[in-house]
Design a protein around this ligand. Structure first.
Ligand code: SF4
Ligand code: F3S
Ligand code: FES
Length: 263
């Protein structure tokens, strides 16, 4: 296997530059084989050429969501991106674009936790009389389970143009990860208030959902294969329309409303 050229961002949010490194095949006994991932190369750089290179990681198995970076301009997990799958030529590794850089490849993702604090918790309904929730349908379980696979890597938040263009602003736009969370709650088969108009999932503009114009970039980058757009965002938008803008439902609600007494 040939030597590899890596172009790695070094710096902070105040400024920085891409620095080129050459990783020799077999250096320090580490060979980049078919299963070598980009995180291996970053560890190799730390061990041999750039001891102070800042990289966030934890599990090295695609489970913790910590090692999110942009590889050749695409948001990806460094530990789940095999070098052999990348096109030949230099590999560019940059921090996520949507968030402020702390140092090198490490971003400040606090915005996501601020949004998370505003996301309501699930309130389970009471079980049926015999302690058996038999009214749950498998399809409802699968839908919630799919959305619940999120590892909070925030790659979908990183790629969403609304956050990229306007900057992280938790007050106005929650982003795709949280639309998936809202949908997970709204579709939860044991939720006691899932069909009530007052739930955040069906307010007129939950988490700034109206700003999403369904570009599907979030779905494309999700390492868990969650169909964020089709299984969360579009159904949420449909529910907003039926709750707030459907003229037939509006008329029915007006007819059902108690009338004020004359005089
Ligand atoms: Fe990552 Fe997918 Fe969760 Fe978004 S929905 S944070 S891309 S796992
Ligand atoms: Fe953003 Fe995904 Fe919508 S990328 S614009 S949240 S479909
Ligand atoms: Fe945990 Fe990459 S190190 S997902």
């Amino acid at each position: 296997m040939p030597d590899l050229t890596l172009s790695v961002f070094r710096g902070t949010d105040k400024g920085g530059e891409f620095v080129e490194f050459t990783v020799e095949h077999g250096i320090n006994g580490v060979k980049h084989q078919d299963d070598t991932v980009v995180l291996d190369l970053l560890h190799l750089l730390q061990a041999t050429q750039a001891g102070d290179l800042a990289v966030r990681w934890n599990c090295k198995s695609g489970r913790c969501g910590s090692c999110s970076v942009e590889i050749n301009g695409h948001p990806r997990l460094a530990c789940a991106t095999r070098v052999a799958d990348l096109p030949p030529g230099p590999i560019t590794i940059a921090p996520m674009k949507a968030f402020p850089v702390v140092k090198d490849l490490v971003c400040d993702v606090a915005y996501n936790y601020e949004v998370s604090k505003k996301t309501p918790a699930v309130q389970l309904r009471e079980p049926d009389n015999d302690d058996d929730w038999r009214t749950i349908h498998q399809i409802d379980i699968e839908r919630s389970r799919e959305l619940g696979r999120c590892i909070e890597c925030f790659l979908c938040q990183d790629v969403c143009h609304v956050i990229r263009d306007h900057g992280p602003e938790p007050a106005s736009y929650a982003g795709p990860r949280y639309f998936a969370r809202l949908a997970e709650i709204a579709w939860h088969p044991l939720l006691n208030n899932s069909r009530e108009p007052a739930t955040p999932a069906v307010s007129k503009n939950p988490g700034g959902l109206g700003l999403c114009n369904v570009t599907r970039c979030c779905t494309d980058v999700c390492p868990e294969g969650i169909r964020i757009t089709d299984d969360a965002i579009i159904p949420l938008k449909e529910r907003v329309v039926s709750e707030h803008y459907d003229p037939v439902l509006w008329v029915l609600r007006q007819l059902r409303r108690p009338r004020a007494r004359d005089g």
